[in-house]
Write a protein that binds this ligand. Structure first.
Ligand SMILES: Nc1ncnc2c1ncn2[C@@H]1O[C@H](COP(=O)(O)OP(=O)(O)O)[C@@H](O)[C@H]1O
Ligand SMILES: [Mg+2]
Length: 257
């Protein structure tokens, strides 16, 4: 089992799209995947066919510590083959106000389960656009972090900030956390600003940045709106699917050299 948190404290940087793209790539390969939606906006849950409010339990219930059996008790099927979900919840936004002992370790403890290890080779955590207790929970529970970013000025500044937060988590809580990489997404065709920013990010971060980028395509947002995996869209948007396939390889490959 490998657990990856998709992070960036900036909103609209492509986190949810990346989680969905990775889940889509895993689904095509028949890899049973659990998506944990830690964003109170619940975008990943919606795209996977779970309407809010959901009938079942949510990530907020899990982090409230109500399930002694851990995360396996709150997993639901999603509308996608091979993809299960622990849905998001508006109440997740309350977690930052919770000052209880061990609050940042709750997801790690909840995922420490033989049942989950047997069931899911891959766990993906969609994170909110912040660096607070939710993202700490994700980074403490994860084996790796994948940073999703767009090629804009603000986003490229955001990447170094989230990498610093990852270092802090490594130092104080989770020494085995690795950075799977930085995935540049929503790259417009023929935009000089985007090309410049992508080059700047690559220059600053070197091999950490995945060589493949996710191009901006209407089909990506449409697939999300239609609640379908991007790999099912016809005609196939192969520049997009191949970028997510490569990102999945990076995530499954574990620690980068
Ligand atoms: N490659 C892409 N092509 C077209 N639209 C995209 C692409 N990536 C993301 N988007 C759109 O950009 C917006 C922000 O992306 P999202 O993944 O929701 O970011 P975040 O989860 O970081 O807030 C969404 O409306 C999404 O559909
Ligand atoms: Mg999101």
């Amino acid at each position: 089992m490998t657990t990856t948190a998709v992070v960036n404290q900036k909103g609209g940087s492509g986190k949810t799209t990346t989680v969905l793209g990775l889940a889509s790539a895993a689904s095509v390969r028949g890899i049973d995947t659990l998506v944990i939606d830690l964003d109170p906006q619940c975008n990943a849950s919606e795209a996977l066919g779970i309407d809010y409010p959901t009938d079942g339990q949510t990530a907020a219930d899990l982090l409230a510590g109500e399930f002694p059996g851990g995360a396996a008790e709150v997993v639901q099927a999603s509308k996608w083959d091979h993809v299960s979900i622990i849905p998001g919840d508006l109440d997740l936004s309350d977690i930052d106000a919770v000052a209880g002992l061990g609050v940042e370790q709750r997801l790690r403890v909840a995922l420490d389960s033989e049942e989950l290890r047997q069931q899911f080779p891959l766990i993906l955590i969609d994170c909110p656009p912040s660096i607070g207790k939710l993202v700490s929970n994700a980074l403490i529970a994860a084996d790796s972090a994948l940073v999703a970013t767009e090629p804009s000025f603000m986003a490229s500044r955001g990447v170094s900030k989230i990498l610093q937060a990852i270092e802090t988590i490594q130092r104080y809580y989770n020494p085995s956390l690795t950075v799977a990489g930085v995935l540049i997404g929503r790259v417009p065709a023929q935009a000089r600003e985007a090309a410049h920013r992508s080059a700047e990010i690559r220059e600053a971060l070197g091999d950490l940045v995945l060589p493949e980028v996710v191009p901006q395509r209407a089909a990506v947002a449409e697939a999300v709106g239609d609640r379908r995996p991007i790999h099912e869209v016809r005609p196939l948007v192969s520049e997009v699917t191949s970028a997510f396939d490569a990102a999945l390889d990076r995530v499954l490959g574990g620690a980068r050299p």
